[in-house]
Design a protein around this ligand. Structure first.
Ligand SMILES: Nc1ncnc2c1ncn2[C@@H]1O[C@H](COP(=O)(O)OP(=O)(O)OP(=O)(O)O)[C@@H](O)[C@H]1O
Ligand SMILES: [Mg+2]
Length: 215
């Protein structure tokens, strides 16, 4: 899936979060976005998914200007074509691991137990499907969030610090699962990270600052 952002600007009151952000992500491309804390990385990622609003510029997914869609149209597009790994995982505490992962399929009316089982294996969570989130480690939770973001095979995966707070070995495993699963289905990946090791795996690294975004 292609993503095109042109001259995007966002502010809260008088304070600009970012301005003049333009970038292109080609189908199947893996782009990492780095930048200091508070510079607007999570906000930008939310705009890419149409989860947040902006004040100027455009966001296009596969040529569709998502700012011109109704809320319902935008939600439907997101549900079908976008996967999102949130900085704070947002797993549902009362659903077990397998149910959390299956959620996007349920919302599309496409529940597929075999696919969920295969995904559990792919991210190294074999045998943990019946556990509740509170019974998992941080790294395991992060893999649940990744599995859930990928289960419906979205064309675009947006991942916000999916390896934050992990030891280097676990972070590498989480990144392996993320990259392998994205590449397998030719999805585009935009990764926000503070980790140089994670960013180094991207096809391209972009630096976000108050001046804009640059290679
Ligand atoms: N509702 C809000 N009102 C005012 N300012 C806000 C609001 N939400 C976020 N901000 C500000 O917008 C800026 C961008 O926040 P954002 O979460 O996108 O940063 P970030 O680059 O993801 O940081 P981090 O690396 O710490 O996750 C921050 O300076 C934050 O204080
Ligand atoms: Mg953030």
């Amino acid at each position: 899936m292609s993503l095109r952002i042109q001259q995007l600007g966002k502010h809260y009151g008088e304070v600009a979060v970012f301005s003049n952000v333009s970038l292109d992500v080609a189908p199947g491309e893996f782009v990492a976005i780095v930048g200091e804390s508070g510079v607007g990385k999570s906000t930008l990622l939310n705009c890419m998914a149409g989860l947040d609003s902006w004040d100027s510029g455009t966001v296009e997914l596969d040529g569709v200007d998502i700012g011109a869609l109704s809320d319902d149209q935008r939600a439907l597009l997101r549900r079908k074509k976008v996967g999102f790994v949130f900085q704070a995982f947002h797993v549902l505490p009362h659903l077990d691991v397998a149910q959390n992962i299956a959620l996007p399929l349920l919302l599309l009316g496409q529940h597929d137990e075999a696919r969920v089982a295969a995904m559990l294996t792919a991210v190294g969570l074999d045998g943990l499907g019946a556990r509740l989130p509170q019974q998992l480690s941080g790294g395991q939770l992060q893999r649940v969030a990744i599995a859930r973001a990928l289960i419906h095979r979205p064309g675009l995966l947006l991942a916000d610090e999916p390896t934050g707070n992990l030891d280097p070995a676990t972070a590498a495993k989480v990144m392996d699962a993320l990259v392998a699963q994205t590449r397998e289905h030719g999805a585009s990946l935009v990764l926000v990270t503070h980790s140089e090791i994670a960013a180094a795996r991207a096809d391209r690294v972009l630096h976000l600052s108050s001046e804009g975004i640059r290679a």
